[in-house]
Design a protein around this ligand. Structure first.
Ligand code: HEC
Length: 309
């Protein structure tokens, strides 16, 4: 083969690749390759959603956020066995996705863009203080959040400790095959109130920060009495609101969580006892949630929602 022919051949092979490369930017080009949390990099698990098993789907009814949990083969195998102590190398990942309305058919919500990615990586020695799981959290472009990583990890572990009998993994494999659905729905589960304790606090003993958010008629409130209160980060405050709402509707009292700094908090209460709201044909209460903006100068974060009974 002469030199010219060889050149022709190589350029024919290379051309299609070089064209597609320059024409469109790959997501990996924008990835924050060096961002890591606890030594865990997003780039270590790139495309996990294409390679791993989809374990389950969860939906947060107050914010419309969908969560997809994935497991690598090892983690999946042990999840199926109901493991309490996952072997080294097991990894779980969770994607949080905001759902948006499909304009073509508005009652059908579709996944919008991803909001954040979370990982749990099993390495018992390295992550001894967080029960053998390394926790990592990234935003939609694979970037870490500015909050203190030690506090974030402690907060992740504290909440995941609610399910020790599942090896600190919340997700369970969803049953989709024929006749499996019945089994999944009738499964007995321990109620959250048996896992998380609340203590009653009279109005005069309430932290000032909480008191000033509450209606003046308040006489009594309930405070979360669990180790998750010790390590609070934005994720906990956001994640805990449905639980506060549930307890508030059950007891008809304001329910709150506050950190040891006496600054970081979230409180949820029924804003209107007279008028009920309605959601998907069910009656509920008009609720208000207020949470701190974690040491920043930004005002407290407020939102209102309907919580069905
Ligand atoms: C206040 C409680 C809470 C906190 C704090 C929390 N999680 Fe979770 N996590 C959950 C729940 C509940 C699920 C089950 C899926 C769902 O409902 O979103 C879950 C699921 C997961 C999963 C999928 C595997 C599993 O256990 O189901 C990963 C991975 C994960 N979380 C990582 C993290 C990381 C990383 C952090 C800290 C940055 C964190 N979590 C903080 C409650 C929490």
């Amino acid at each position: 083969m002469n030199k010219f022919k060889l050149l022709m051949l190589t350029s024919m092979i290379l051309l299609p690749f070089s064209v597609s490369n320059s024409a469109e930017e790959k997501p990996t080009d924008k990835l924050y390759k060096f961002d890591e949390m606890n030594g865990i990099k997003f780039s270590d698990y790139l495309d996990f959603e294409k390679k791993w098993k989809l374990v389950t789907v969860r939906y947060r009814k107050d914010t419309g956020e969908m969560r997809l949990t994935y497991a690598n083969d090892l983690a999946f195998e042990h999840l199926l066995k109901g493991s309490k102590d996952y072997p080294e190398g097991s990894v779980f990942a969770k994607i949080g996705i905001k759902t948006v309305e499909d304009k073509a058919f508005p009652s059908s919500a579709v996944p919008g863009s991803a909001r954040r990615y979370q990982f749990m990586v099993r390495e018992k020695k390295k992550f001894e203080s967080t029960d053998g799981w390394g926790y990592a959290l990234f935003d939609k472009s694979g970037k870490i959040y500015p909050e203190d990583q030690a506090v974030q990890s402690a907060a992740c572990a504290a909440c995941h400790r609610i399910v020790p009998e599942r090896g600190y993994v919340f997700s369970e494999v969803m049953e989709l095959s024929l006749f499996q659905g019945e089994k999944a729905r009738t499964k007995k589960e321990t109620h959250y109130s048996e896992r998380i304790k609340f203590r009653e606090v009279t109005y005069d003993k309430l932290p000032e920060l909480i008191r000033k958010e509450l209606p003046p008629v308040t006489k009594l409130a309930k405070q979360i009495d669990h180790e998750i209160s010790k390590f609070l980060f934005q994720g906990t405050l956001d994640e805990i609101k449905p639980l506060l709402a549930e307890e508030s509707v059950k007891t008809k009292l304001p329910v709150f969580i506050i950190g040891p700094d006496n600054k970081t908090f979230a409180v949820v209460f029924i804003e209107n006892f007279e008028i009920m709201c309605e959601q998907e044909g069910k009656k509920g209460y008009f609720m208000k949630a207020v949470s701190s903006s974690l040491g920043t100068a930004a005002p407290n974060y407020e939102n209102r929602f309907c919580w069905t009974l």
